[in-house]
Write a protein that binds this ligand. Structure first.
Ligand SMILES: Nc1ncnc2c1ncn2[C@@H]1O[C@H](COP(=O)(O)OP(=O)(O)O)[C@@H](O)[C@H]1O
Ligand SMILES: [Mg+2]
Length: 466
C-alpha cells in the first residue's frame, strides 16, 4: 500500500487544480487589466476634453477679425494633478493659422462631423495622449473656426494600470495558494480512511483471513470487496492445502510403521528364513512409500505444469501405453491377472511423456490391484478422426455407479480396500488429462461387468516424432 510520489493522489489533484486555476486566473487577469486601462483612459480623456473646452471658451474674435486667447491656467492645472506629467496645448485658427501654444505639438485629423477627437502620439520623445476640440468663435456677422489641442504625458496613466495589474496578480496568487492549502487539507482528510484501512490490514495476524469490516469511502468499496473475496478464495486454498498435508503425512506414516515393525522382526528373528521374510516385507513397504512420494511429486509437477504450460511436443500414446503395459506384466502375473494390450496404429497426442506415463500407470495399477485374481485386464489405444481413445478395461468387481464421482476426489478410496493405495490415483489421472484437454469417464466393462476407464484426447493435426 505504498504510493510512490509518481502516483501520489494528492500531488496529482494539486497539480490539476493549480494548472487549471493558473490558466483561468491568467485569463481573468488580462480581462481585469484591459478593463482597468479602458476605465482609466476614459476618466483621464474626459479631464483632457474638459480642459480643452475651458480653453475654447476663452477664445474671442478681436476687432480686427483675428482670434485671441486668454489661457486660463486653472484649465491646465486640472490636468497636472499627477505631478510627474507634463501638459501641452495649442490653439489654431482657420486652416494653417497657428495662434498660441506649442507649435510643434502634433494635431489630430478630425473625422467628418466630429467635434472632439483623441489620439495617442509621441512628443519630444515621450508618449502622450492628445485631445482636440473643434469650435468656432462668432463675431455677430461671421463665425471663425478654430481648434484647441491639449496633450498630456502618460506617466500617471501607465503607473495606474501597472498598479492595478500588480494588485490583480497578487490577488490571483493568493487565491491559488489558498486553493492549494484547501486541497492539501481536503485530500489529507479524504485519504484518512485509506490509511486507516492500511493500518487495519497491517495489524492483522498473518493467518487472519476474516473479511475487512473497515468503514471506507464508496470509491474504495469495490477494492475492499474484491480483497475480501480474494481472502475467501485464499482461505479455501489454505484449507485444501492443510487437508492435503494431513492426509499426505498419514499416507506416508502407514508404510513407515510397517518398515519399523519389519525391522524389529529382523532383529528378533530366530532363523535366517524369518529374517529374510521380514526384510522382504520391509522392502515392499519401502516401495510403497516410494510410490506415495512419486504421486506427491506428480501432483506438485502438475501444479507447476498448469501454471507454466509450454506447448509440449506430440507423442505416440500407443507406444507409451504398450511399454507401460509390458512393464506391468510380471506384477499382473503375480496377482493372477491376465494383462493384455490392443492397438496397432500410432496414436499421436500432445503431452509430456512423464505425465502421460503416470496417467497410464495409475490406471493399469488400479486394474491389477482391484480386478481380483483370475480377472482379465485390457489396455487399448485407438486413434480416430475425433481424437485418441485410451481404455483400461477389466472384468473385476468394478465401481458402483453412485461411487464413481466420489472416487475421482483426492484421498477417496473404496470401502475396505485391501490393496495398498493413497486415493490419489484417479484424481491424478483426471488432472493430467485436464492439462491436455482430455476427458476421463468411468464406464462398465464388457457385459456390464468390471470397470472401463476411458480417456479421450483431442486430435492432433501435425504429427511429430518421439
Ligand atoms: N479397476 C478398478 N476396479 C475396481 N475399483 C477400482 C478400480 N480402480 C479404482 N477403483 C476404486 O477407486 C478407488 C480410488 O482409486 P485411486 O484413486 O487410484 O486410489 P487408490 O488406488 O490409491 O485407492 C480405489 O480405492 C478403488 O476402490
Ligand atoms: Mg490407485
Amino acid at each position: 500500500m505504498i504510493l510512490t510520489p509518481r502516483h501520489s493522489l494528492r500531488r496529482r489533484l494539486l497539480g490539476w487544480l493549480l494548472i487549471s486555476t493558473a490558466i483561468i486566473g491568467t485569463l481573468a487577469l488580462f480581462d481585469t487589466w484591459a478593463e482597468a486601462v479602458k476605465t482609466a483612459n476614459a476618466v483621464s480623456d474626459r479631464v483632457l476634453a474638459g480642459s480643452a473646452l475651458a480653453i475654447a471658451e476663452r477664445v474671442v474674435v478681436a476687432e480686427d477679425g483675428s482670434l485671441e486667447v486668454d489661457i486660463p491656467y486653472v484649465a491646465l492645472e486640472m490636468l497636472t494633478s499627477a505631478a510627474q506629467d507634463r501638459v501641452f496645448y495649442r490653439v489654431d485658427g482657420p486652416p494653417g493659422n497657428f495662434i498660441t501654444g506649442y507649435q510643434s505639438l502634433p494635431g489630430i485629423a478630425f473625422k467628418p462631423g466630429q467635434a472632439t477627437a483623441f489620439e495617442d502620439a509621441v512628443f519630444r520623445g515621450e508618449p502622450i495622449r492628445v485631445a482636440a476640440l473643434q469650435r468656432s468663435a462668432s463675431t455677430g456677422i461671421s463665425s471663425v473656426p478654430f481648434v484647441v489641442t491639449v496633450a498630456e504625458t502618460t506617466v500617471a496613466r501607465r503607473q495606474l494600470t501597472r498598479a492595478i495589474l500588480l494588485r490583480s496578480a497578487l490577488r490571483l496568487a493568493m487565491m491559488i495558494a489558498g486553493a492549494a492549502v484547501i486541497v492539501w487539507i481536503a485530500v489529507t482528510i479524504s485519504l484518512r480512511p485509506l490509511s486507516r484501512l492500511g493500518a487495519a490490514i497491517a495489524e492483522r495476524n498473518p493467518d487472519d483471513l476474516q473479511p475487512i469490516r473497515e468503514d471506507v469511502p464508496r470509491e474504495v468499496e469495490g477494492l475492499v470487496e474484491r480483497f475480501n473475496s480474494f481472502m475467501v478464495r485464499l482461505g479455501t486454498a489454505i484449507e485444501a492445502l492443510r487437508h492435503f498435508t494431513g492426509n499426505a503425512s498419514h499416507q506416508l506414516r502407514t508404510p513407515l510403521a510397517v518398515i519399523r515393525t519389519q525391522l524389529a522382526l529382523v532383529g528378533r528373528a530366530a532363523t535366517l528364513e524369518e529374517a529374510r521374510e521380514a526384510a522382504r516385507k520391509g522392502d515392499e513397504a519401502v516401495a510403497r512409500a516410494e510410490r506415495v512420494l512419486a504421486q506427491f511429486l506428480t501432483l506438485a509437477r502438475l501444479n507447476a505444469a498448469s501454471r507454466e504450460m509450454t506447448m509440449p511436443a506430440a507423442l505416440d500414446l500407443l507406444r507409451l501405453s504398450q511399454e507401460i503395459t509390458a512393464d506391468h506384466v510380471p506384477a499382473a502375473a503375480a496377482a493372477g491377472i491376465d494383462l493384455g494390450f490392443e492397438g496397432e496404429e500410432a496414436a499421436w497426442v500432445t503431452g509430456e511423456a512423464l505425465l502421460l506415463g503416470e496417467l497410464v500407470k495409475n490406471l493399469v495399477e488400479n486394474a491389477i490391484a482391484y480386478a481380483g485374481r483370475g480377472a482379465e485386464v485390457t489396455v487399448r489405444v485407438a486413434a480416430s478422426s475425433e481424437g485418441v481413445r485410451l481404455e483400461v478395461e477389466d472384468n473385476g468387481p468394478g465401481i458402483p455407479l453412485e461411487k464413481r464421482a466420489e472416487v475421482m476426489q483426492r484421498f477417496v478410496r473404496g470401502e475396505r480396500e485391501r490393496a495398498f493405495g493413497t486415493g490419489l490415483g484417479l484424481p491424478i489421472v483426471e488432472e493430467i488429462a485436464g492439462l491436455y484437454d482430455a476427458v476421463v469417464t468411468l464406464e462398465d466393462g464388457v457385459g456390464g461387468r468390471g470397470l472401463k476407464v476411458c480417456v479421450v484426447f483431442p486430435a492432433v493435426t501435425t504429427e511429430g516424432d518421439s
